[in-house]
Structures are given as C-alpha cells and as structure tokens.
Design a protein around this ligand. Structure first.
Ligand code: GDP
Length: 298
C-alpha cells in the first residue's frame, strides 16, 4: 500500500515534472530562469509568487555565488519552504468545550469526504465529535452524513428541512448538553439561486456565536487542489466574508499542481491545517511545508 507521501508525490509529479527536471545538467543562465518561470506558472503558483521566487532566487544565486544547478535547486527549495512555512499551523484541540468548527466549501471541493476524514482524525485524538448537517438544501448531503455518522459512531444533528443556522445552533446546544468535544458544522456549497451563499454563511456564523460566545472557533474552507487560481479566488472570497481560520486542500494526489500553496502563501496566507491525498479515511494529513516542497521538487 502506498503511503500518503507517495500519493502526494505521485499527484504532484504529474505536473511538476518540469520543476524536477529543469535543473538537471542545466547552466545557470536566463534560459534556466525562463524555464523555471514557466514551470512555476504551470504549477499554479500565480504571477505574484512566481515573480517573488524568481527575484529572491536570482539574488541568492548572486550573493552566495552559486555555480551549480543543484545549488540553485537547493536554494529554490529553501525559498519555497520559507514561503510555505507560515501556512503550517497545527489545529489546536481542547481550547474550548465544545470546540466549534464551521466548514465551508463549494460543491465538489471534497467537503463531505473531508468532514468524514476529519471526524475520524479527531476521534483518534480522543475527541468526541458531533456533526451538524447544515446543508439543508441538498437532501442527499444530509443523508450521506447521517449514514456516515451511524457507521462511525458520530451523532449527526439534522432537520428534514429548515434553516441551516437553526441546525447549527441546535448542534452546539446539543454538544454542550452531551459534553461533546468538537462540533463540526457542515454548510451548503451552493444555494438555490435566489439566495446568496455568503449571506447565508455569515448568518450561520452569527447564530453559532449566539449559541456560544466566541464560536465558531474554527472557520475552515475546503478547496480542491486541482482548481488552481479558481481555488485562490475562493479563498479570497470566503475569507473576506467569513474571516477563515484555516484551509484544507484536497485532491493533491490527483492532477494537482502544488504551486497553488505558494500562491496562497503570497496573496492570502490562511493556514493550511490539512491536505487531502485520497478518498480513504486515512488520506488526510497535517500540512508540513518541508515534506510538501520535497514532494513538489522530487
Ligand atoms: P463535496 O461536494 O464538496 O461534499 O465533495 P465530496 O466530498 O462529495 O467529494 C467530491 C469527490 O471528490 C468525491 O468523489 C470524493 O471521493 C473526491 N475526493 C474528495 N477528497 C479527495 C482527495 O483528497 N483525493 C481524491 N483523489 N479524491 C477526493
């Protein structure tokens, strides 16, 4: 069985081959920098992060008088790790009883799968978990969560119809009464067109705060690592509306082009708590900048 790191490497290598190979036997000249620029852009790093990395790299090559391509690659590795390190932040459990997490993300990003994986992760860290099926607009989403909850010994608070904010409020009260450690509030990724998603989400956040002061303690956004600059736009929009505390980047085992994390680090550095590297329950891993950069460059 492949380890999660192998899955990550396999995913990133499909599109980051250029980042790996362009240094092999290369001379340090404008061609190398041009190729690196293209490779970074292709990897979804975005214009801003790409330019920053190139400038910093050129400066370093000059000041440290690097002459070998491998040294330049090592310098790039160090710069990338430095850039991504601020995104690495462990999720601290047990700060509140219950710790309330609200989880957002557009449909298809992998939100439902991630909630399942995260609940499991929390259980293995001795946290009892309660789920609020806040996507009251999709019956299927609610049912999926209910089935999953029953199978994994996680209570799911759901209502047949009605207001997602009310479901979230009930879930927090219920968790208090049962002394549950963590409440995860699922939310809709798309609404019937007459409703505005961000307004609904803001309302849920507000109502959760009425049920428990200071909650939600975590506002997480799930993004699909394959969607590049689109994912970046989602981070900005959700962060503007909701003040995110963390991201979970999914599907990095697929055709993802890991550079998106550099783009996030440069333009909207919301911590990346976890990365998703597969569809299985164990395929959720805390983000580690060094491991990630090595997977990207090897
Ligand atoms: P939601 O609409 O955001 O709730 O998305 P789902 O959780 O239903 O996920 C959409 C699809 O992406 C499903 O087929 C999942 O199995 C798949 N998926 C989610 N996370 C990952 C991941 O980390 N890696 C891979 N390969 N697939 C994933």
């Amino acid at each position: 069985k492949r380890s999660w790191l192998q899955k990550l490497k396999a995913g990133l290598s499909k599109t980051s081959t250029n980042l790996t190979t362009l240094f092999v036997g290369a001379k340090i000249d404008d061609d190398l920098y041009d190729e690196l620029e293209s490779a970074l852009l292709v990897s979804d790093a975005g214009v801003e992060a790409t330019q920053f990395l190139l400038d910093a790299l050129k400066k370093k090559v000059k000041s440290e008088k690097l002459t070998e391509a491998q040294q330049v690659k090592d310098a790039l590795r160090a710069l990338l790790i430095e850039m991504l390190a601020p995104l690495q932040k462990p999720m601290v459990l047990g700060r509140h009883q219950p710790l309330v997490m609200m989880i957002a993300g557009v449909n298809g990003a992998g939100k439902t799968t991630t909630i399942g994986k995260l609940a499991k992760h929390l259980q293995t860290h001795h946290q009892s978990v309660l789920l609020a099926a806040g996507d009251t607009f999709r019956a299927a989403a609610r049912e999926q969560l209910a089935i999953w909850g029953a199978r994994n010994d996680v209570t799911v608070i759901a209502q047949e119809s009605g207001d997602p904010a009310a479901v979230a409020f009930d879930a927090v009260q219920s968790a208090k009464a049962r002394n549950v450690n963590v409440v995860m509030v699922d939310t809709a990724g798309r609404l019937p067109t007459q409703l505005h998603l961000m307004e609904e989400l803001k309302k849920i956040k507000r109502v959760i705060g009425k049920g428990m002061e200071g909650a939600p303690h975590e506002l997480l956004l799930v993004i699909d690592g394959n969607t590049g600059q689109n994912a970046l736009a989602q981070v900005k929009a959700f962060d503007d509306a909701l003040q995110l505390t963390g991201l979970i980047v999914t599907k990095l085992d697929g055709t993802a082009k890991g550079g998106i994390l550099a783009a996030i680090a440069k333009t909207r550095p919301v911590p990346v708590y976890f990365i998703g590297v597969g569809e299985q329950i164990e395929d959720l891993q805390p983000f580690n900048a060094e491991e990630f950069v090595d997977a990207l460059l090897s």
